[in-house]
Design a protein around this ligand. Structure first.
Ligand code: GDP
Ligand code: IMO
Ligand code: MG
Length: 427
């Protein structure tokens, strides 16, 4: 048994795509387990820069089977466009499979996402407007359309019409334009034959691969603090981007997981609304944003930037049971003479080490910082842990202590090559 889960420690965009691609070079199966095309996972290999939203980053290994698992919500128009785009770059799609149990994001979900955000006004979540929340609402309400439904044309059409009629009532009640049922039915009749051959029972496939001793990699999307249960609710996404969510979203038991790798930036970023205790509001924040090219892959929005938060990291280890960490973007801090690191919060004059669940309490928490000396050395060409500057090693050690997990990978640049392995993940 050789299984590794890749997860975001913070609020997403930690470098999961880069690390997944790196580990996928030796994986047999790579699986996306939750979320949808709200994700934007970047993989840089030499001059090529790939931005994946739905397709697992393992697709760049032509020998790996790539799976969109049952926990994912899939916009098939986006999927087909992403496949076309990768094929134009000579990346084969032959081993891409879709779970028959995954749910579809339909045009009305995107319209609802837009509308609900508009109605929230300045209380908006800042969603990616990809229809993620509304698609998961239908899943939980047991009215969603599943990928497997596409294999029975008449059954699919009946479900689609019932859903559209219901959503049109809703749009009309908001004074919004209704959607044309015939046009959407016709649109999907064209799309179905293009995805039908990829639809299979991925749960059996994944479990059989694990039993056969294949190397299986689970690619989390989003991050722990965006988790619907454990994140900064309501400023979260609508799935569980945590270790438990991966098991549910792929259909594997927790006893079948060997390693759980948390991916964390050497600092912190967040896109969209919601609390962020270590956010930096002065020029230092702008400096990190520019140095780290911190602009969203999916929406292009500038990412909010802040210092590494040890309270968040330890909380994330607790919720996920990380066995290992990958710390990315160390190189972004190369030019700083001093680096702050949050070791606790101060709440009403007391020092606390836990991450509060109540946003009003969290809003009163002030980060307690330690200041560490920078290394003022270019790390982007370093390829072994031993060759990292001493101050960078000390910084990584402090991150490891605060996070209560060992650092097994360090990234010093976006390229696949710019990766330092301390402990091998796949045995
Ligand atoms: P993901 O959503 O977790 O896959 O992360 P994103 O792809 O949204 O954002 C991470 C960004 O940082 C991408 O532009 C990556 O190419 C880039 N990146 C990843 N690791 C490193 C690193 O170690 N150094 C630098 N400079 N960039 C990195
Ligand atoms: P990756 O996989 C960063 C954020 C959105 C918003 C909130 C809810 O690239 O790390 P949603 O569209 O999911 O309903 O939006 O979640 N969000 C992400 N932030 N990285 C992501 O994915 C994200 N996916 C969703 O910005 O605040
Ligand atoms: Mg991203």
């Amino acid at each position: 048994m050789s299984t590794v889960i890749v997860l975001g420690v913070q609020w997403g965009d930690e470098g999961k795509g880069k690390v997944t691609d790196f580990l996928a070079a030796s994986a047999d199966v790579v699986i996306r387990c939750q979320g949808g095309n709200n994700a934007g996972h970047t993989v840089v290999v030499g001059d090529a820069c790939h931005k994946m939203h739905l397709i697992p980053a393992g697709i760049l290994n032509p020998d790996a089977t790539c799976v969109i698992g049952n926990g994912v919500v899939v916009d098939i128009e986006v999927l087909l466009e992403e496949m076309r785009h990768l094929q134009e770059q000579n990346i084969p799609m032959g081993k891409l499979l879709l779970s028959d149990r995954s749910h579809l994001i339909m045009p009305y979900h995107k319209k609802l996402d837009e509308l609900q955000e508009k109605l929230k006004g300045d209380k908006k979540i800042g969603t990616t407007k990809r229809g993620i929340g509304p698609a998961y609402i239908d899943k939980v309400a047991r009215t969603g359309i599943r990928m497997g439904d596409l294999l029975n044309a008449e059954h699919f059409k009946q479900k689609l019409i019932a859903n559209l009629e219901e959503k049109n009532h809703l749009f009309a009640s908001y004074g919004e334009e209704t959607m044309n049922i015939d046009a959407i039915v016709a649109q999907y009749e064209k799309l179905i034959p293009q995805v039908a051959p990829m639809i299979v029972d991925t749960v059996s496939l994944i479990n059989e691969a694990i039993t056969a001793g294949k190397k299986v990699l689970f690619e989390g999307a989003q991050g722990t603090l965006l988790d619907i249960d454990h994140g900064t609710y309501p400023f979260v996404t609508s799935s569980n981007p945590t270790a438990g969510g991966v098991c549910v979203g792929a259909g594997v038991g927790p006893t079948r997981i060997n390693r759980i790798l948390g991916i964390s930036k050497a600092y912190t970023t967040r896109v969209g609304s919601g609390p962020f205790p270590t956010e930096i509001f002065d020029e230092m924040g702008d400096k990190i944003r520019e140095e780290g090219a911190e602009y969203g892959v999916t929406t292009g929005r500038p990412r909010r930037c802040g210092w590494f938060d040890g309270v968040v990291a330890r909380y994330s280890t607790m919720v996920n049971g990380f066995t290992d960490l990958a710390i990315t973007k160390i190189d972004v801090l190369d030019k700083l003479s001093e680096i702050k690191i949050c070791v606790a919060y101060e709440l009403n004059g007391e020092t606390i080490h836990h991450f509060p669940g109540d946003l009003d309490v969290l809003a009163q928490c002030k980060p307690v910082y330690e200041t560490m000396p920078g290394w003022l050395t270019d790390t982007s060409k370093v390829r072994s842990y031993a060759d990292l500057p001493e101050n960078a090693k000390k910084y990584l050690q402090r991150i490891s202590e605060l996070s209560e997990a060992q650092v097994s990978i360090v990234a010093v640049g976006p390229d696949r090559e710019q990766t330092i392995v301390i402990n091998e993940l796949f045995k």
